[in-house]
Design a protein around this ligand. Structure first.
Ligand code: C2E
Ligand code: CA
Ligand code: CA
Length: 725
């Protein structure tokens, strides 16, 4: 080790050295190893640049793959060794912007992950470039060989009739394998190229009969064509054919066989021209493997699974199939709290366990993506087997998985579809399984459920709504109703809560309880929530213009609900500020409602945006308070100024006399809230008796049907003006 740390150029050279050592043994180059290394150096430099580039340029990396082919690195092994070297050493030697830490790794965790991500994209692009270049080269070669084969055929025929010497020269100099047999199939002559292809032993070929070279992969027409040729009914044929070499390994060839006639046109010999395609086949198999398998877990991927499922569904009238669609419960939490590396390890372990559940013939397991897996069974008794399979999967997941020194409990929800093949298409089957899986998840997870067409139909409307949601926002199908917030002391209207509705072209008005969860699930909640905020803020500004301030000098305020996903969205603070400024509304006229459950266990990062908004003067209300299990002492930490008591408490006061325990709880909450300087709003007030009771208990504001149902915005300032007079 030298005392001076290596410069970037030294490190680049070391990378090129490692790369050339790995590649050299598997290339067909005539260069020496150091010469070969100097050819790799510019390619290494290119890769280093690609790694440093913020904008990923796939074409540059593909060019590196193509350059490898041009330097005679055409074996599949050369590609896989290159990918291994890039994977293991590129970031280490060429990820140099950041200083290496004591373990020799570059940069901070975030940067390292970024480099790793870029490195894997580089590998993909290099592989793609390599495969394309090889395909092009193969095509060019094939054309040359076909040309050569035609020429050879002509020349051999000519040579046979002319001089023996000339015949020998053509025969032995040819780059492709050539063999001559009589019409009984006995091999008379083979050239050196053919002998090499078969492992180098001439006596293993000469004198043998062509018919001995049957191979299990021969298609029946191979031998039919052969029969026609030796009978003289056909001049030539071309097939792809496998042979066993004497050592038992398989040789794949493109085989062209031609009939040679004598000067009078009587069939005499058959001439075989063979091109070795074994390596190309291997590479194709490998590329196909990569295209049909998941890189992380090695399981078949979605593409291969669909192929198998389609095959199973096309298996005929009497065939049945069974399918388990598995989604892990709470996987996102693992990913978010322990990091993606831990999440990946968990998925690999889950994949291994699943694989061991489906080992019988006709069974397969695949990863569809993320934490979603499927298991397929096609045995004779799938009705019974698919249940057993689901049971095995649940059991396999029941032992905790050790990741980074922690025991993680893994649970999953499974949707099962079983039935006769030939009734449905693959996409439909998978959708039914997906819907059923969601049903299992909604029932609490850690269970399996069987598809049921009726439940499917209900859920399909759910699916239908989900797909219609994004367009609905574009088409302006949402509208907002406002429900007044009334001061319990003097009965004046202080503001309103904005409640969104969806006017669906077919289903009419749909309540938020039905579509908000879907919008949260699909992420549409962020633009939808922003739209609600924009509309409501504009509306509040209109009220202000019409009614002015109330007795206390405050304008009518508007309450807007925020979903948990909006809380974590980075644009929350800036969007809100911009919306308020554009409408010209004071921050104090806006109150954002956040549910108690969204803030349970919230850390400072989550609270920061809310705190910023509160500092600006926006009120934050804790919605549905009392339904979660938040620690009352915790309230002090939260940047909230209003508690909204859940409807459940109000319901307890519907009957007279009210439940004394409820009364005590509400009384306790109100006094605690007031001691923390929080105002208390009650929801769901439906009767005057409830209103009186809640006023006595010290609640500040109320909302409910007793005062008004949610309605159009104009009604609100009518109410407000009415009670001002
Ligand atoms: P929430 O925030 O608890 O809203 C109060 C719900 O109680 C509203 O239901 C309202 O119509 C209903 N309500 C009002 N007074 C009474 C009453 O006296 N008795 C009874 N039984 N119910 C009453 P709605 O409009 O169906 O909204 C349901 C939930 O949908 C809301 O519950 C809120 O969580 C969510 N939501 C509504 N609009 C939005 C929105 O713009 N964004 C987000 N993220 N969620 C929203
Ligand atoms: Ca609310
Ligand atoms: Ca509420």
């Amino acid at each position: 080790m030298s005392a001076e740390p290596d410069g970037p150029e030294d490190r680049l050279r070391r990378f090129a050295t490692i790369w050339s050592r790995a590649l050299y043994p598997v290339t067909a180059t005539s260069l020496t190893r150091p010469e070969f290394e100097s050819q790799l150096l510019p390619l290494a430099r290119q890769l280093r640049q690609d790694l440093a580039e913020r904008v990923f340029r796939a074409a540059d990396c593909e060019a590196v793959g193509a350059a490898l082919v041009a330097t005679h690195c055409t074996e599949p092994e050369a590609l896989s060794r290159t990918l291994d070297v890039v994977d293991a050493y590129l970031v280490l030697y060429c990820g140099e912007e950041a200083e290496p830490d004591e373990a020799g790794r570059a940069g901070g965790v975030g940067e390292r992950e970024e480099l790793r991500a870029r490195c894997s994209r580089i590998q993909h692009a290099v592989a793609a470039g390599f495969a394309r270049a090889l395909r092009e080269r193969t095509r060019a070669e094939q054309e040359a060989i076909s040309r050569a084969a035609l020429e050879a055929r002509g020349t051999v025929a000519e040579a046979l009739h002319a001089s023996e010497a000339r015949f020998r020269a053509v025969f032995h100099g040819a780059a492709i394998g050539i063999g001559i047999a009589d019409l009984e199939g006995t091999v008379l002559e083979v050239n050196d190229a053919l002998i090499r292809m078969f492992g180098g032993l001439e006596h293993q070929l000469r004198g043998r009969n062509v018919a001995e070279w049957t191979h299990p992969d021969d298609s029946p027409h191979v031998w039919k064509l052969y029969e026609e040729l030796v009978r003289g009914d056909r001049e030539h044929y071309r097939v792809e054919k496998a042979f066993y070499r004497p050592d038992g390994t398989v040789l794949w060839t493109n085989l062209t066989v031609s009939l040679l006639r004598d000067a009078d046109g009587v069939p005499q010999y058959q001439l075989a021209l063979m091109e070795d395609t074994t390596e190309r086949r291997l590479l194709n198999l490998r590329l196909r493997y990569e295209a049909t398998h998941d890189a992380l877990t090695g399981l078949p991927n979605r593409t291969l699974f669909f192929e198998r499922l389609e095959k199973a569904l096309a298996a005929g009238e009497s065939a049945r199939f069974g399918l388990c669609y598995l989604d892990l419960d709470g996987f996102k939490t693992v990913n978010d709290s322990l990091g993606h590396a831990a999440g990946d390890r968990l998925l690999v372990e889950v994949a291994d366990r699943l694989q061991s559940c489906a080992t019988a013939p006709g069974e397969m397991v695949a990863r569809l993506g993320g934490d979603e897996f499927v298991a397929l069974t096609t045995g004779p008794d799938t009705e019974h087997e698919v249940d057993e399979l689901a049971g095995r999967i649940m059991h396999a997941l029941s032992t905790p998985i050790r990741v980074e020194g922690r025991e993680l409990t893994v649970r999953g929800s499974i949707g099962i579809v079983e039935g006769p093949a030939a009734e449905r298409g693959a996409a439909e089957v998978l959708r039914s399984a997906d819907i059923t899986m969601y049903r299992a998840k909604h029932a609490g997870g850690n269970r399996y459920e069987l598809a049921d067409p009726e439940a499917d139909a209900r859920a399909i409307t759910r699916h239908g709504l989900t797909t219609a949601l994004p367009v609905a926002l574009e088409r302006g199908e949402f509208f907002i109703e406002y429900q007044p917030l009334v001061h319990l002391g003097d009965g004046s209207v202080r503001g309103a809560e904005a409640l969104v509705r969806w006017l669906h072209p077919q289903h009419g008005v749909i309540s938020p309880d039905r579509f908000i969860p879907l919008a949260e699930h699909t992420g549409l909640i962020v633009p939808l929530g922003r739209w609600v905020l924009e509309e409501s803020v504009r509306q509040a500004r209109t009220w202000e213009a019409v009614t002015g301030a109330d007795q206390a000098g405050l304008p009518l305020r508007v309450n807007v609900n925020l979903s948990p996903c909006q809380l974590t969205h980075p644009g929350l603070v800036s969007d809100t500020v911009e919306i308020l400024e554009r409408a010209g509304l004071a921050p104090g006229a806006l109150c954002l409602e956040v549910t108690e459950s969204a803030l349970i266990g919230a850390d400072d990062d989550l609270l920061k945006p809310l705190r910023r908004l509160a500092e600006m003067g926006v009120d934050i209300a804790l919605d549905d308070f009392g339904t979660g299990y938040s620690n009352l002492a915790n309230l002090r930490r939260l940047p909230v100024s209003v508690l909204k008591l859940d409807r459940a408490f109000t319901q307890g006061m519907q009957h007279f006399p009210a439940d004394p325990v409820d009364l005590k709880i509400v009384e306790g909450i109100v006094s605690l809230a007031h001691s923390l300087d929080l105002a208390v709003t009650v929801e769901g007030v439906e009767t005057g008796a409830q209103a009186d009771q809640l006023r006595e208990l010290g609640c500040d504001t109320a909302q409910g049907w007793y005062y008004a149902r949610p309605g159009p915005p104009d009604r609100l300032h009518e109410l407000a003006l009415a009670d001002a007079t």
